[in-house]
Design a protein. Structure first.
Ligand SMILES: *Cc1c(COP(=O)(O)O)cnc(C)c1O
Length: 230
């Protein structure tokens, strides 16, 4: 099942790239494995997945321990400062940085462990109250401050678009995130790179790829619906 799902997602990404005149290798598929058992991650790994996304520190580190070491782990969920120390040397990219305080802690832990941590700035494009992320108009100021910290490198932007029935409704937010990245590139800020745009989930990754996503984060479309205990 995972194998078939992955084939479908890859094919959709290929088609979206074709229609947008992009190369398929510009897009990284992150398999969002939160709440899913290691057996399912192992199955995805056997199908060639090397990029996995998790949103909880404890879950990421316990899967990290048992899964093969060539996996690139992506922290995609809200991160508390007191948990940064557990993951700085285990993740390839933290997608969800939205405050100076969090960036300062990532920087401090990176320096301590002598690693360089790549991060994205999470932007709340639709202004949803319930979502984390900085406001688009505050992104540049935050980026300028973070760019001065040691041990941390800004690689781009991330957004979580609203949950919608029709992915077309989110196209505007993907366009705006891309434009924000372009605006920031033109500011030429030292130590800031805008090569990664992390946008698009199961419901809207095709639209996101058409609008320039370089990372899409797909969970349900690969592993099936998540079950949360209540
Ligand atoms: C859970 C999650 C995803 C994947 O969502 P699906 O709709 O299952 O593809 C993507 N990004 C973030 C930040 C998530 O928390």
């Amino acid at each position: 099942m995972i194998k078939d799902n992955l084939a479908i997602v890859h094919q959709n990404i290929r088609k979206a790239c074709e229609s947008a005149d992009r190369n398929t290798d510009e897009v990284t598929l992150i398999a969002v494995s939160k709440t899913k058992p290691v057996s399912m991650l192992t199955e995805a790994y056997a199908c060639g997945c090397r990029d996995f996304g998790e949103n909880k520190v404890q879950e990421l580190t316990s899967k990290y321990e048992v899964m093969p070491k060539d996996i690139r782990w992506h922290m995609i969920g809200h991160l508390q400062t007191n948990k940064v120390k557990y993951i700085v040397d285990k993740v390839c990219l933290i997608h969800s940085v939205d405050s100076l305080k969090l960036a300062q802690e990532i920087s401090a832990q990176a320096v301590k462990k002598q690693v360089n941590v790549s991060i994205l700035i999470e932007v709340n494009m639709a202004g949803e109250e319930t979502k984390f992320g900085v406001k688009p108009q505050e992104a540049e100021a935050l980026i300028r401050e973070i760019s001065l910290l040691p041990g941390i490198s800004i690689k781009g932007l991330m957004t979580i678009a609203p949950y919608v029935e029709d992915a077309e409704d989110n196209r505007q937010y993907f366009k705006q995130l891309k434009q924000l990245a372009v605006d920031i590139i033109y500011k030429n800020i030292d130590n800031v790179n805008m090569s990664i745009l992390s946008m698009g989930m199961t419901g809207d990754y095709v639209t996101a790829v058409e609008e320039g996503a370089s990372c899409v984060r797909v969970g349900t479309g690969i592993f099936g619906e998540r079950q949360y205990l209540v």
